[in-house]
Design a protein around this ligand. Structure first.
Ligand code: NAD
Ligand code: UDP
Length: 325
């Protein structure tokens, strides 16, 4: 395989750092761009000695120029806590970031992949969600800056493709978890594991009967690379997610079991517009990319728990008297 020059925006984040590792392992040159809003240099520190890796501090809301063959556009906070912190900035990141990166791809004739999301389906009324479903999205709710921003980015991708022949790829990512999530990230898997390891109460929002389908990060990275490498007539969007659906209460119980924690499960108010059910239909990914997820929830959770143990043990060694595992 020919080595390529690949730009990864949001490369110091959770998914981006795994993707950078994978692309380097495949022999490519990787330019990792990030403004460190939710990402951390720590996630890519171990790659800095590699002469094929370069780390660049930049904000995608302003134009950026570099020579590259491919662009993976991941820059955008993904946790509700962080994307709601500055909703206008979130929308700017999705929309202006997409425009700036599409402009770059157009100028370079580079192939560009957009990290879109299952949130484009909103609180879906169709189950499971296939790519043909247009979604059920509130344009003025707490999640809108993220959902609507990601929908607008998809539109920009499609229009740059139709109008300017830019070679595009769109993946709609469903809930993904794994090592290198930020312990303070606020998403459900990291929250529950950190709470369990610290011996804190586990905060289930609502009754915990809402569902999600959790994908381990290695499966996602494989799907993204397969999509980038797929035939040019296939632009997507394509769902990349694990169709095994769990309630949030089941997830909390499983994490308590796997950590051996004494934590109590408690219930808190459900945030507004929190989707009730989410599960991908992955027939298109199977057919077009020959891709299916391989990592079962328990296996992925064990790896993620082991990661958070190391992180927390360094920060607060005294905590580990509280857990039995
Ligand atoms: P993350 O928050 O860990 O990573 C996002 C990265 O983008 C961070 O490193 C952050 O610092 C960077 N960033 C944010 N705004 C930026 C800006 N204006 N300029 C430059 N960099 C900026 O989240 P993640 O889970 O790694 O998500 C990566 C991408 O995948 C996001 O686009 C997200 O919307 C998408 N996605 C993720 C999931 C998931 O479950 N992890 C699900 C659906 C979609
Ligand atoms: N959630 C929860 N407790 C938490 C964090 C999240 O019960 O501490 C719930 C949240 O209300 C949602 C689900 O878990 O129903 C997934 O939340 P997350 O923020 O991980 O992702 P998203 O809602 O964007 O799918």
């Amino acid at each position: 395989m020919k080595a390529k020059r690949i730009l990864v925006t949001g490369g110091a984040g959770f998914v981006g750092s795994h993707l950078c590792e994978r692309l380097l392992a495949d022999g490519h040159e990787v330019y990792c761009l990030d403004n460190y809003f939710t990402g951390r240099k720590d996630n890519v520190m171990h790659l800095l000695g590699n002469p094929r890796f370069e780390l660049i501090r930049h904000d995608v809301t302003t134009p950026f120029f570099i020579e590259a063959d491919e662009i993976y556009n991941l820059a955008c906070p993904a946790s509700p806590v962080h994307y709601q912190y500055n909703p206008i900035k979130t929308l700017k990141t999705s929309v202006m970031g997409a425009m700036n990166m599409l402009g770059l791809a157009k100028r370079l004739n580079a192939k560009i992949l957009q990290a879109s999301t299952s949130e484009v389906y909103g609180d879906p009324e169709v189950h499971p969600q296939a790519e043909g479903y247009w979604g059920h999205v509130n344009p003025i709710g707490e999640r809108s800056c993220y959902d609507v921003g990601k929908r607008a980015a998809e539109t920009l991708f499609k229009d740059y493709h139709v109008q300017n022949n830019v070679r595009i790829k769109i993946v709609r990512i469903f809930n993904t978890y794994g090592p290198k999530m930020n312990p303070e990230d606020g998403r459900v898997v990291s929250n529950f594991i950190v709470q369990a390891l610290r011996g804190d109460d586990i905060t289930v929002f609502g009754k915990g009967d809402q569902t999600r389908s959790f994908q381990f990060v290695d499966d996602l990275v494989e799907g993204m690379v397969k999509m980038m490498d797929s035939g040019e007539d296939f632009t997507g969007p394509v769902n990349i997610g694990n169709p095994h659906e769990f309630t949030i209460l089941q997830l909390a119980q499983r994490i308590v079991e796997l950590t051996g924690s004494d934590s109590k499960i408690i219930f808190r108010a459900l945030p507004s517009d929190d989707p009730m059910r989410r599960k991908p239909d992955i027939s298109l990914a199977k057919q077009k990319l020959d891709w299916t997820p391989h990592v079962a929830l328990d296996d992925g959770l064990r790896k993620t728990i082991a990661y958070f143990k190391t992180v927390l043990e360094e920060e607060q060694p005294e905590l580990f008297t509280l857990v039995k595992a």
